[in-house]
Design a protein around this ligand. Structure first.
Ligand code: NDP
Length: 287
């Protein structure tokens, strides 16, 4: 039977460390601050935003919410970001995605100062990740790397198969594994014979968004499985992208859904905000 990789427990341990570091920084006169910008009324986005604010409060991080109506224009949103870029109380700017269709997401993400880009989506930070000199790394993939580290998984020379090539999970996690000297294969919707690719993997990272599409029988005995997928089936039940119980038969370690990758994402947002505030304290901002 596989070991469970307990994201909740790892996240709780990290959040304690973040809270302690935050208190130390506050004593030096710098309170880490996060601005959370929400445009529109998307119910899932509202839930995420309120979870992020609660997590900030618990860690002692100041957070300021900007709730804008769904009709807010692109210019108005860009003006707010310009203000937040200049606001000395703010170390991180988070624009909750998705944005309404009339707003150009790429333009908005590029307007955030790379020094305050705690989501790690600005092309400057993406470029630094690609070139192996990261500043802010995207929270979900960064959380996955912290989980692997906590579990004692050494990626050097390992075969890692990432399923999914999104900008927020698949691509960045593949780059992070490459930086740890893994041999990385990225699979997507046009990949041929996914089962064969998975069967060769020492580590599988699934970020697809399709309930249990990766079969437990495909997993190589002794592999590590990180399931990023969050899929609602029926009224309440959440399942991942991997057939959990069947995967547990073969794998050495598996993340559950929920309670796996999810809690790590917000933890890394707090972590990045703290890192940004430490850079402010040391006056090492670049932009
Ligand atoms: P996207 O929809 O942006 O990307 C999904 C990827 O899966 C695409 O690259 C797509 O390929 C690929 N894909 C789709 N169908 C198949 C298939 N049949 N075989 C192989 N690959 C396939 O999703 P995200 O990356 O944003 O999210 C993925 C999942 O992770 C979702 O369930 C999401 O809810 C969850 N998630 C969880 C987070 C957390 O904190 N726990 C945070 C972020 C996401 P192609 O590019 O060819 O279309």
């Amino acid at each position: 039977m596989a070991e469970l990789i307990d994201g909740k427990a790892i996240a709780a341990e990290m959040r304690q460390e973040i809270a302690a570091d935050t208190q130390a920084l506050i004593k030096q006169g710098v309170t880490p601050g996060l601005a959370v910008v929400l445009v529109g009324e998307d119910p899932a986005s509202r839930v995420y935003v309120s979870m992020k604010e609660k997590a900030c409060a618990a860690a002692g991080i100041f957070s300021d919410e900007y709730k804008l109506s769904a009709e807010t224009g692109e210019v108005e949103l860009l003006e707010l970001i310009t203000e937040l870029n200049a606001d000395e109380k703010i170390d991180g700017i988070l624009v909750q995605l998705p944005l309404p269709e009339h707003i150009d997401e790429a333009k908005v993400l590029e307007a955030i100062s790379p020094d305050k880009d705690v989501d790690g989506f600005h092309p400057y930070n993406v470029g630094r990740l690609v070139t192996g000199n990261p500043l802010f790394q995207p929270c979900t993939p960064y959380g996955i790397m912290k989980m692997l580290e906590h579990t004692g998984v050494d990626l050097k020379g390992k075969e890692v198969v990432v399923v999914g090539r999104s900008n927020i999970v698949g691509k960045p996690v593949a780059l992070m594994c490459l930086a740890e000297h893994a041999t990385v294969t990225i699979c997507h919707s046009r990949t041929q014979d996914l089962a064969k690719k998975i069967a060769a993997a020492d580590v599988v990272i699934a970020a697809v968004g399709r309930p249990e599409m990766i079969k437990g029988s495909w997993i190589k005995p002794g592999a590590v499985v990180i399931d990023v997928g969050v899929n609602r089936v029926g009224d309440k039940k959440l399942v991942g992208d991997v057939e959990f119980e069947a995967a547990c038969e073969n794998a050495a370690a598996v993340t559950p859904v929920p309670g796996g990758v999810g809690p790590m994402t917000i933890t890394m947002l707090l972590y990045n905000t703290l890192v940004s505030a430490k850079r402010r304290a040391k006056k090492t901002l670049r932009f």
